[in-house]
Design a protein around this ligand. Structure first.
Ligand code: MV4
Length: 495
């Protein structure tokens, strides 16, 4: 493999190119007209424009990407995450064109792309699953009977859905019919497939996922878990590895289950098996994501592996160079997704120019981003600006380092979720490790950010007064120090 094309943009395109470069592999970028000056275009050895800004005219058009391979002689495609990464039709087209997709087979994507077929495949291995229906239900009366058997509250899920799309919680029998009809029509319009099924609703779960790697010889290992419970409307905000609640025993059991789920579709490449964990620490398989995930860096930090390199080696037909027993967890990693969104305004995307953009540096800090100072955040794509990742000897150090890194990060021109991230890192529930998927809804209001800012301002004011009292001989000087201090607080407000 001498040259690969990266069918993506932003931070993940750069992330992939960096590993390819270290392996001596040439890279080809594709870009839309909105990304002409983007960093991933400059970083690549070659770049091909594949269309106008909207992704359905560029990054989502498989034929344009395959043509760009022909044009440049790239032999393989890395799809990153999002866009075409989990599209079995594209995976098949790549194969048919005589190219290599750095990822799983179209068949594995197809099975795992539907929650019901994913559960059916996993069933062969006795994987724990939430009680519910094993097939799509269409008859409302029959569905209601099953719901009563399963027990309320229940969750109606769209088979074709994913990442929380097309889910409906039903608290009591009386609401069932209406909710089911809504779920079916929602699923039909969103996915062109109205199939829905029922599960008992686990009310306060933690969202824990296991990273797996499989080679083309049937060797499959897991790379431990990532805790992703801090999310807002199914958008993950903070991820960490390892999870603070898993015991070594549960970790081993969950890891084995994840490997079995992967085995059920002869999984090749990097994938993620998603579980929920209830208050009794019982876990249940939910779905499998057949791509490299956004939050993969936390796994890299605690295992010392480069997941992109592993993906490329697997695609080249190499045997995994380690066994399960060779893998251990070392230290703790945190990731904060930095979005161009305003936490004080219901997380509305905030577009504009990065007037100041200075990333944090130093020991244990990693920033995966795709922008630099002076660039504009395009409106056409995901509003994620960067991933701020910290690593420490333990969870406390990773958190302390994250707070330090957030304070060092300097972004002006747009509102970001950095201060929201600091709120999370300082929250007693997060610090103690006692939280679930309801963390944000339960604890966050815009006032929690204002309060933090006001407290900082108050401390600065008290410090200024003390300074004045203690330095009576140089009143003039102290007053100016107080002003400076309050300016400093002012400037920190949006950091
Ligand atoms: C669940 C669940 C509770 N019970 N299934 C969300 C993402 C998708 N992969 C599946 N998800 C969930 N499935 C059962 N049977 C809880 C979630 C869930 C969630 C649900 C509502 C609101 C926020 C959530 C955040 C994470 C997971």
């Amino acid at each position: 493999m001498n040259k690969i094309l990266i069918a993506n943009r932003g931070e993940i395109a750069l992330r992939i190119m960096r590993s390819a470069k270290e392996m001596g592999i040439k890279t080809v970028a594709v870009f839309s007209e909105a990304d002409r000056n983007a960093l991933h275009v400059r970083y690549a050895d070659e770049a091909v424009c594949i269309g106008s800004a909207p992704s359905n005219q560029s990054y989502l058009v498989g034929s344009k990407i395959i043509n760009a391979c022909r044009l440049t002689g790239a032999e393989a495609i890395h799809p990153g995450y999002g866009f075409l990464s989990e599209n079995p039709t594209f995976a098949q087209e790549v194969k048919d064109a005589g190219l290599i997709l750095i990822g799983p087979t179209p068949e594995a994507m197809e099975v795992m792309g539907n929650k019901l077929s994913a559960k059916a495949a996993a069933m062969k291995y006795n994987i724990p699953m939430v009680p519910g229906t094993e097939e799509a239900i269409t008859n409302v009366e029959e569905a209601k009977t099953r719901a009563i058997e399963v027990g309320f509250p229940i969750l109606i899920k769209a088979a074709a859905g994913g990442g929380g799309k097309g889910m409906r919680i039903v608290e009591k029998v009386a609401d069932f019919e209406e909710q089911m009809q809504l779920a079916v029509s929602e699923a039909t319009s969103a996915f062109g497939d109205g199939s829905v099924f029922i599960e008992r609703y686990v009310t306060s779960p933690r969202h824990i996922e296991i990273q797996v790697l499989g080679d083309t010889y049937g060797n499959i290992v897991h790379l431990f878990e990532r805790e992703c419970s801090v999310q807002r409307r199914h958008q993950k905000v903070v991820e960490e590895a390892p999870s603070s609640v898993l015991t070594p025993e549960i970790r081993e059991k969950m890891g084995k289950c994840a490997v079995d789920v992967a085995r059920s579709v002869s999984y090749v490449g990097a994938g993620t098996v998603e579980f929920i964990l209830d208050e009794n620490l019982d876990f249940f398989f939910l779905e499998m994501n057949t791509r490299l995930q956004v939050e993969h860096p936390v796994t890299e930090m605690i295992t010392g592996l480069d997941l992109v390199k592993e993906q490329i080696k697997i695609a080249r037909g190499e045997v995994l160079s380690f066994k399960q027993e060779d893998l251990t967890i070392s230290g703790h990693a945190m990731e904060l997704r930095v979005y161009a969104e305003d936490p004080l305004n219901n997380f509305l995307p905030d577009i504009g120019t990065l007037q100041t953009y200075q990333t944090p540096k130093g020991y244990g800090v990693r920033v995966d981003d795709g922008f630099e100072q002076g660039m504009e955040i395009p409106i056409y794509y995901d509003p994620m600006i960067a991933k701020l990742i910290t690593y420490g000897k333990d969870r406390t150090e990773a958190i302390e380092r994250m707070i330090r890194a957030i304070e060092e990060y300097d972004i002006t021109g747009i509102q970001t979720t950095l201060n929201f991230g600091k709120f999370v890192m300082q929250h007693p529930a997060f610090v103690s490790g006692k939280f679930d998927t309801h963390f944000v809804g339960k604890y966050f209001t815009p006032d929690s950010l204002k309060t933090a800012n006001e407290q900082e301002a108050m401390i600065a004011a008290i410090a200024a007064v003390l300074l004045l009292q203690n330095q009576k001989s140089s009143v003039q000087q102290s007053a100016s120090a107080a002003t400076q201090k309050s300016n400093w607080v002012q400037n920190r407000r949006n950091v």
